[in-house]
Design a protein around this ligand. Structure first.
Ligand SMILES: Cc1ncc(C[n+]2csc(CCOP(=O)(O)OP(=O)(O)O)c2C)c(N)n1
Ligand SMILES: [Mg+2]
Length: 614
């Protein structure tokens, strides 16, 4: 058994400091005199520093004014550096985007109960995405005697953590600076331990603002964050390997995996050694080259595509590397009868399933379970099937042709094809893709080519996730692009201001169909089933009259706004200008007015079953 070691992200995460160019921003006036921890919140700040938390995305509030002061005046707004956000949902989704790349939690701070209420959608997204985020919040003084009239009382709830407890890994309300230090160490450790997820530490305002009676004894924080990387037992690995070795038509569903290139190469070697068909999905970051000859069809969104279904149908052994909805994939393929094939599940996700959130999905059959992460299991499986040391045969990857743009109406595929043409050979990270994205059009060949969706289906994650991803990749040479729906963009467009202010170059392309179009299809479905007019599907969905000037909205926040682009012939040139702006260090937003409509596969999937009754 190999003793698994933690895998580093491909691009070194900025865990020790903010990016050099950002460290020059928002510089506080230097404190005169000694700078020793003198207040409760200084201990909290010191602990964040000791953990080398590079950034804290926040929206301010009186409940944590003590901590705010400690970060600015005690730490000098460095490690962590503040990233001001105009909405708490954006703060948390920036932290999520950052962790998608680095695999590590940065911090977010939200004001008492009200800021936490705003943050909930993004916390749920991070939870479903199994992404670590260290969220700090605050409450009015727990001691009612210390509360200011009215305002401190409305900032105080008996069990504030209950707001997010059902979709976070852990929460706490420490009552003293020493307890706060311990709480943050524990929170950081839990968040970054697989299955990863958001954690919340609620800091009592009085605790923050009280004078520290005496300094706390120093501690070495590394001793309180031990690695938890583990390995499956040799017997289980052998059981899985013997099924895989004798399989005639193995299939691997590659789900939640890290951004490590080493892990990527090991998965390629495993698939090639076994000659297994591979399936990936757009909910998650790139897990395998999507134009590799073993990749079955294009990666799907919510359901398996036809090629992927065929591979599963014909399989005699199925290996799931933490696929999000394995039972759902089986139901989509076989109906209610579980597959005859032997099923090997690699996942430790069950360790955080709870009674509230059903994001754990339907229960899949598991003939062999390796209760570890895919990154931990694959090296052992590879060795056991005799493929260790096999170099990936990347030469077999086909070069994708970019199909021509449509001549008349501008559709989403034109946007994707023109964007692909405009980026050329650059290393691009797709930080987000719109609901209308067709997975066939843009191959992934590196774990950082795509970092996955917002996770919990919460619209409004796209802009923040894009900025957080761009933050983590700042200076890496990768061009970070987030393609957002107009609905998604409008819900959280103020992430643009944060990117501009902190000089985080990124390109946001808005697939602007002037509608919450996904739901037009839902209304069409219902109308068809009920024999009612499908023509009315747009009412309560269309974001038109007035059409929103997205480029102007971007410009108003200091970004370079392009468009609206209404002709496919103008796309490549506009994208080229926007990319040049990003490469010159700016934030660019391109408004592309696409016709409402999804790919034929996606539309058919959403309207399936309505044909007979209409
Ligand atoms: C927070 C939230 N509100 C509402 C929804 C329901 N919903 C799912 S997709 C969608 C439309 C999103 O619109 P847009 O981003 O423009 O993408 P489009 O459907 O037009 O391609 C909506 C409203 C949701 N998933 N999340
Ligand atoms: Mg839309």
């Amino acid at each position: 058994m190999t003793s698994a070691t933690p895998k580093a992200a491909t691009v070194a995460p900025a865990t020790t400091a903010a990016h050099p160019s950002m460290r020059e921003l928002d510089r506080p006036v230097k404190l005169t005199g000694a700078n020793a921890p003198g207040w409760g919140s200084d201990v909290v700040a010191e602990t964040l520093r000791a953990l080398e938390i590079p950034y804290i995305a926040l929206n301010p509030g009186a409940s944590y004014r003590g901590l705010h002061d400690s970060i600015v005046n005690f730490l000098g707004n460095e490690t962590p550096q503040m990233l001001l956000c105009l909405h708490e949902e954006v703060a948390v989704s920036i932290a999520q985007g950052y962790a998608k790349v680095t695999g590590k939690a940065m911090a977010a701070a939200v004001h008492s109960n009200v800021g936490l209420f705003h943050a909930t959608m993004a916390i749920f997204n991070a939870w479903c995405d199994r992404t670590p985020v260290l969220i700090l919040g605050a409450t009015g003084p727990v001691d009612a005697n210390k509360r200011r009239p009215w305002i401190d009382w409305i900032h105080t709830a008996a069990d504030q953590g209950a707001i997010i407890r059902n979709y976070s890994k852990w929460d706490d309300q420490p009552a003293s600076p020493a307890a706060a230090r311990e709480s943050i160490l524990r929170a950081h450790w839990i968040a970054n331990t697989a299955p990863m997820g958001p954690v919340y530490v609620n800091l009592d305002a009085e605790m923050q603002e009280n004078k520290l009676p005496e300094p706390l004894p120093p501690i070495d924080v590394s001793r309180f964050n031990p690695p938890t990387v583990t390995a499956a037992s040799p017997e289980l690995v052998q059981a899985a390997a013997s099924l895989l070795k004798t399989a005639k038509k193995p299939v691997i569903l590659m789900g939640r995996v890290s951004r490590s290139i080493e892990g990527w190469n090991e998965r390629v070697a495993l698939a090639e050694t076994l000659d297994a068909k591979v399936i990936t999905e757009l909910k998650l970051g790139a897990a395998f080259p999507t134009d590799h000859p073993l990749h079955a069809g294009a990666p799907g969104g919510t359901a398996l595509g036809p090629d992927a279904q065929e591979a599963v149908r014909n399989a005699d052994v199925i290996l799931s590397l933490d696929w999000v909805d394995l039972a759902g994939a089986f139901k989509g393929t076989f109906g209610d009868v579980p597959p005859q094939a032997k099923v090997i599940v690699v996942s430790n996700d069950f360790r955080i399933h709870n009674g509230w959130s059903m994001d754990y999905q339907s229960l899949p059959p598991a003939d062999v379970l390796l209760p570890v992460t895919p990154d931990e299991a694959v090296p052992d499986l590879l060795k056991a099937v005799g493929g260790a040391g096999n170099a990936p045969k990347l030469a077999t990857v086909k070069k994708a042709e970019i199909p021509p743009l449509s001549a008349d109406k501008l559709v989403v595929n034109d946007l994707v094809r023109a964007l692909k043409t405009a980026v050329g050979d650059r290393d691009v990270t797709l930080a987000h893709i719109s609901l209308s994205w067709d997975g066939a059009t843009w191959p992934f060949r590196h774990p950082l080519d795509y970092v996955g969706s917002e996770g919990g289906g919460g619209v409004g994650g796209g802009p923040g996730n894009t900025v957080g991803t761009a933050l983590a990749l700042k200076g890496s040479g990768r061009l970070v692009i987030g393609v957002c729906g107009d609905g998604d963009f409008m819900m959280a467009n103020t992430a643009v201001w944060t990117a501009v202010h902190y000089k985080i170059p990124t390109l946001i392309v808005v697939a602007n169909n002037r509608s919450f179009f996904n739901d037009e299809l839902h209304q069409e479905r219902v109308a068809r089933i009920r024999s009612r007019p499908v023509e009315n599907r747009w009412i309560g969905q269309r974001i038109s009259e007035p059409d929103i000037d997205i480029a102007a909205l971007a410009r108003s926040q200091g970004a370079q706004g392009f468009g609206p682009v209404t002709k496919s012939g103008d796309l490549v040139a506009t994208f080229a200008k926007a990319i040049a702006a990003v490469e010159a260090g700016h934030v660019a937003v391109v408004d592309v007015r696409v016709e409402p409509g999804y790919s034929a596969v996606a539309t058919a999937a959403m309207l399936r079953g309505t044909e007979k009754k209409s």
